[in-house]
Design a protein around this ligand. Structure first.
Ligand code: ADP
Ligand code: MG
Length: 471
């Protein structure tokens, strides 16, 4: 298969008209041969570029797309190419160079209403750089109990930016719960409703970097002017402004200006305003002027709905058992749910096995093992053991020789050896700079004691279970 990496914008401008016509014909045949969801997930995103004799070039979002199409629809494509372009016909995939067209872009907008054969859109040059990623929309944001309020507020301000009392809208919640998706969906919706509005989406980190650069290049005035002249300001992960006083001062002024002129401000954070440390009080108080809402981890039903939505967009049909299995095991956040699906598909492609219950179970096991290994650290073990034996963490890390401290230390060493990948040397170092032979002695001793003493055995296996299950 001939894959070339070239620039998407250039190509779409130079597109020859014939290619669109042939492509339409091609799509009509494909559409009538496969389910709608598969069609819209895997074929609508392709764009015709040029037709050279009987060679049709189409733009695909990424390598993964090519691999998938080739694996699943090879025969259909070959037959259709022959039907539309004749025996000599050839379809060449050109992979888009754009960074953001990564695997997650496959989770494109809801598909039902996209099942329309349309001319590929010309790239419209937008002179105002808003940094918005068009993938994030409300129609691919699944509503659940944990995000209902945040979503409703977000939709309300997209309808009437700056005109509601939700100014600023402050959304907070844990990692992977959809804050970035939601705040960007607001930006994208406003942009499609009010194309003239100037919107900026920026992470607090980038905002700081830009500001520092403007100081270095003596262009601070220009920088503030740009931000003071916009209609909608979206700052993601505002907690990263902690301790950055100068940037906070600047934001304070921008905030006041925009707010006074009834411009919309949207902020996101991993914690509520009152818990952000290192943030100027006057700025913090402003964060509470509008509406502060949280997003909570998705409940079981929402996890199922999200999985259905994402797998549909992928063009795969997961059985209820598989959906239940994933939703039951992956509970923390949506990014992990997505990650699990992607891993499942990757495992299926790599091993050429169908996506079935067995593969799903294996994939979840792989993910949980990695997670467990990350979360079981010597530190966690020490804390848990010390709590159980009611001794001070510090004493266990020092050279204290009190009987109960020695026992706790030896149990902690034993669990560190059994549950982490750390070397004997590392473990010894973490417990008061002892050498590896002390660790070996501790492990042997605990094994011996636990085999004789039922209550110690119970305690040690209880601790092990807790650590392994991450509870
Ligand atoms: P956060 O910013 O809170 O860390 P993100 O917005 O980056 O989380 O979300 C992580 C991933 O999960 C993204 O790919 C996003 O599209 C997806 N996602 C989050 N919430 C939802 C939802 N309710 N419905 C569908 N996809 C979601
Ligand atoms: Mg985010």
């Amino acid at each position: 298969m001939d894959n070339l990496k070239i620039n998407k914008k250039k190509i779409l401008k130079n597109k020859t008209p014939d290619s669109s016509k042939v492509w339409k014909e091609f799509l009509l045949t494909i559409k009538s041969s496969i389910p709608n969801l598969s069609y819209s997930s895997w074929f609508l995103p392709l764009k015709p570029i040029s037709l050279n004799g009987s060679e049709l070039k189409v733009l695909v979002p990424n390598d993964y797309f090519v691999e998938w199409i080739d694996q699943h629809y090879n025969t259909l494509i070959n037959n259709t190419v022959e039907q539309v372009l004749g025996k000599e016909g050839k379809l060449v995939y050109i992979i888009s160079e754009e960074e953001e067209s990564d695997i997650l872009d496959l989770f494109s907008e809801q598909t039902e209403n996209k099942v329309v054969i349309s001319e590929p859109k010309e790239v419209v040059e937008n002179t105002f750089e808003n940094n918005l990623n068009p993938h994030y929309q409300f129609n691919n944001y699944v509503k659940g109990e944990g995000n209902a309020l945040a979503r409703a507020a977000a939709i309300a301000i997209s309808e009437n930016p700056g005109e509601t009392t939700f100014n600023p809208l402050f959304i907070y919640g844990g990692v992977g719960l959809g804050k970035t998706h939601l705040v960007q969906a607001i930006g994208n919706t406003i942009l499609s409703k009010y194309p003239e509005k100037k919107i900026i989406y920026i992470s607090a980190d980038n905002f700081t970097t830009q500001f520092v650069e403007s100081i270095q290049s003596n262009t601070t005035a220009k920088f503030s002017k740009r931000y003071n002249s916009i209609d909608v300001l979206i700052i993601d992960d505002i907690q990263f402004l902690s301790g950055r006083e100068k940037t906070q001062d600047l934001l304070f002024h921008i905030f006041n200006n925009l707010h006074q002129s009834r411009k919309q401000i949207i902020l996101s954070s991993d914690k509520p305003p009152k818990e952000i440390v290192g943030m100027n009080e006057r700025l913090l108080s402003r964060f509470n002027w509008g509406l502060t809402v949280d997003v909570q981890p998705p409940d079981f039903e929402t996890r199922i709905a999200i999985l259905k939505n994402k797998s549909d967009n992928f063009g795969i049909d997961l059985t209820n058992e598989i959906l239940d299995l994933i939703a039951y095991n992956i509970t923390s956040n949506i990014r992990e749910l997505e990650g699990c699906l992607i891993k499942l598909l990757a495992n299926s492609s790599l091993t050429s096995t169908p996506v079935d219950f067995e593969l799903a179970r294996k994939t979840i096991d792989e993910i949980s093992t990695t997670k467990r290994e990350i979360s079981i650290s010597i530190d966690n073990i020490t804390k848990l053991v010390c709590k159980e034996f009611d001794v001070d963490d510090n004493k266990v890390r020092e050279k204290n020789r009190k009987k109960e401290v020695v026992l706790a230390r030896q149990v902690a060493m034993y669990l560190s050896k059994t549950l982490t990948q750390s070397s004997l040397k590392t473990i010894g170092l973490q417990f008061g700079g002892r050498d590896h032979s002390t660790v070996i002695h501790a492990c042997n001793n605990i094994e011996k004691l636990a085999s004789k003493d039922v209550s110690l055995n119970k305690i040690v296996s209880g601790l092990k279970n807790k650590l392994e299950l991450g509870i």
